[in-house]
Design a protein around this ligand. Structure first.
Ligand code: ZN
Ligand code: ZN
Length: 337
């Protein structure tokens, strides 16, 4: 693994100047391709990868998610006054811990389990077969644990599929917000917690730098649940907000030779580590690899987690396709349940 590498960081003022003052705070998920692109990237990363079989199975799951999103109706959102109230209080309008997802999510979970079955070896198929026939109570208990970040009681074999179904309905609800009465926040200053999703309050999976046009060089956090991306200044900790004690690590060694060090500074995926709170979040760079996708690349770079973990840093990113021991505990509950 590397030591620290120097990364050129643009100030918010530079970014705004470069983009003509038009820094978009939110990047909405693309309804027609959000999961399909993830599926494609997972397939690409599976080739020659030690976890190739798992990546291919998760690719099949992401493809099935896209089919479910394609046929999902428009979800019912909270009333206009509730949306306005959330905006006034700077809280997420569709909180993972409080918003009642459309009941169809349970059917989606069972359908995803059935569709994924042929992509798994026999042992995995057993879990999926019982999930495909699971009752509402089991599904609700599992969803509740996942959405509240409670590790106890989570069925790890079922979690990727339960999480996938929840992602489909939350992504659909997030897209419906675009056309709703919710006043879209224009900057992180409107949020109580900049490191949590402005739509659902979930933790990000990773962050991504944009490579082209007005968003050149800007960094966005990618929501682990609803797939919304929101702007956050580069070299700033998504967990505690500190920007003074940030260093970047990658799988390329930075401390052996000059050329290796240069390669580490240019790695398409890095861990952005914070010494102030001892957390890290991965960052993927589209200017270094145009095909990076936060969830897929996070999953395929678990070796980086193991190496950063050896230094005692705790993971801030959340990925339903591979759950880690929870470092951060449950997200704050913005309302009584
Ligand atoms: Zn979200
Ligand atoms: Zn921090």
């Amino acid at each position: 693994m590397t030591g620290s590498v120097t990364v050129r960081v643009m100030s918010p003022e530079e970014i705004a100047a470069q983009s003509g003052g038009q820094t978009a705070f939110l990047v909405w998920p693309q309804r027609g391709s959000v999961f399909a692109e993830r599926a494609m990237r997972l397939r690409q990363l599976a080739s020659g990868h030690p976890m190739g079989d798992y990546l291919r199975a998760m690719s099949a799951l992401a493809q099935a998610q896209q089919r479910q999103l394609d046929r999902l109706g428009v979800p019912e959102l909270p009333a206009a006054d509730a949306l306005a109230n959330a905006a006034n209080l700077a809280t997420p309008p569709l909180p993972a811990t409080d918003f009642e997802p459309p009941q169809v999510w349970r059917e989606i979970a069972r359908a995803l389990a059935a569709e994924l079955m042929p992509a798994l070896p026999e042992a995995g198929q057993l879990t999926l077969r019982s999930l495909a026939g699971a009752d509402d109570a089991f599904l609700d208990t599992q969803a509740d644990a996942l959405l509240h970040g409670v590790a106890a009681g989570v069925d790890l074999g079922a979690a990727p599929v339960i999480g996938a179904a929840l992602q489909v309905v939350w992504t659909g609800a997030c897209l419906a917000l675009k056309d709703s009465a919710w006043p879209v926040p224009s900057a992180a200053i409107h949020l109580t917690e900049a490191g949590r999703c402005p739509c659902c309050g979930s933790r990000p999976t990773a962050s991504i730098t944009q490579s082209g046009g007005e968003s050149l060089g800007q960094r966005y956090l990618h929501c682990s649940l609803c797939n919304l991306r929101w702007y956050m200044q580069r070299s700033r900790c998504a967990h505690c907000g500190d920007s003074a004690q940030i260093s970047f690590h990658s799988l390329d060694r930075a401390d052996s030779t000059e050329s290796d060090g240069a390669r580490a500074a240019q790695a398409a995926i890095q861990a952005e580590c914070c010494d102030a709170c001892n957390r890290y979040l991965k960052i993927v760079h589209t200017d270094r690899d145009p095909f990076v996708e936060p969830v897929a690349d996070d999953l395929a770079s678990v070796t980086l987690d193991l190496l950063v973990g050896e230094t005692g840093k705790l993971r801030h990113g959340m990925n339903f396709m591979l759950l880690f021991a929870e470092a951060d505990g449950p997200p704050p509950d913005p309302g009584a349940r």
